[in-house]
Unconditional design. Sequence first.
Length: 482
Amino acid sequence: MSAPLVECVPNFSEGRDPAVLDALRQAIAHVPGVKLLDVQADASHHRSVFTFVAPPAAAVEAAFRAMQVATARIDLSKHHGEHPRMGATDVVPFVPVRGVTMDDCVQLAGQLAERVGRELTIPVFLYGRAATRPERERLPDIRKGEFEGLRERIGSDAAADPDFGPKKIHPTAGATAIGARPFLVAYNIYLDSADVGIAKEIAKRIRTSSGGLPAVQASGFEVSGQAQVSMNLLDIDVTPPAVVFAAVEAEAKAREVAVTKSEVVGLIPERAILGAGAGLLKLPDAADHLLEAKIRAAEGPSLDGWIEELAGAAPVPGGGSAAALAGTLAAALVAMVCRLTIGRKAYAAAEGRAREILAEAESLRAELRRLVDEDAAAYSRVSAAYKFPKEDPARTRAVDAALLGAAETPLATARAAARVAALAPAIGEIGNKNARSDTKVAEQLARAALAGAIENVRVNLAGLSEPAQGRKLLEEAERLSR
């Protein structure tokens, strides 16, 4: 089972100063567990959008650290850009990605908002699914009047009282909206015209609030001498980008203006692009025929993804899989040293033996990599057996069979790891001397894999109803440990 994951997309009122943008980047990326996926800065809008994913607690921590930087480095009283803004950190949405519900994201928004109000003394408004009042669900309604307008209203108008923080705007950091929402796509379409009035007319025609397309917010701007229809697509499953593009293009054509390009700010779920292509090709099952998707499925999760799973609350993958992975890494290091030896004149005398070691190391590497997944599968079979009703006479036999299988897998890991532990010093003695430290690391990893695997053999056999059933397996494990 994969670890829970949320997306967080903080928007900062800074799009020009590389030093500030780098400080924001570092604040986010240095939180353990956080993966910074994208940073987009726009000088005309004077705004940047950071997109990262993380486990829930790490997402809140990363967002707060970035807000600390923004509060210290961004002065709204001196800020001017095309995009509406009310805060140095203008908006922080949480989006459920995996193993997390929208309600969970609402709680995360509340946690961050309380901390920001208390520690940074910034007034915070909860918006989207986290809104405490219907009139605060939409971000434009909260941000009306922007920084300057809210500076006058907060503290004097009860309707502008924040959900957290002081009833007084921060003099330089302004106010912030923190919320929870589904995936949102920031999408801009550029027109072959400098007339921003045309962009504003089209935006009014297509946005939801004016009776246009559902789940679409839109405004018109002038960006670098070109009219731009700037949009937030609030639900791409309701109104996909392809539908929005067609509508804007039709409105522009009616005004004798062409569309020059479109752009995504931040990230977009791949189904939105696939859907557009599938619609154009009239290919409804396009997703079933994607080569890269099939390759990703065959390769399994990335190393980072696997480590996140290992760190999660699920019992698999566990120690047995980790032991097999340690053995896999050890075998890979042995293979590396062999390759750094073969073909080098200085080690010509050792080449034959190095090739033999390489062949065995590669075979062991493949075997140990397979055992990483097999150990998790074996544990899952044990869990399934324990779910038999206790009164079922077949339960004991099923549990014993599953435990024996779960012991055989780490025993196979132990056998392979023991061979790798022998190969490492062997290539270390004759191989490239510059890689001698790598062979020592390989040997230690292999010995750790061996010890961990044997411990898993013992634990699984200890659960048998009749210990004698696992005697031979245990005896072999004890021999390998000597």
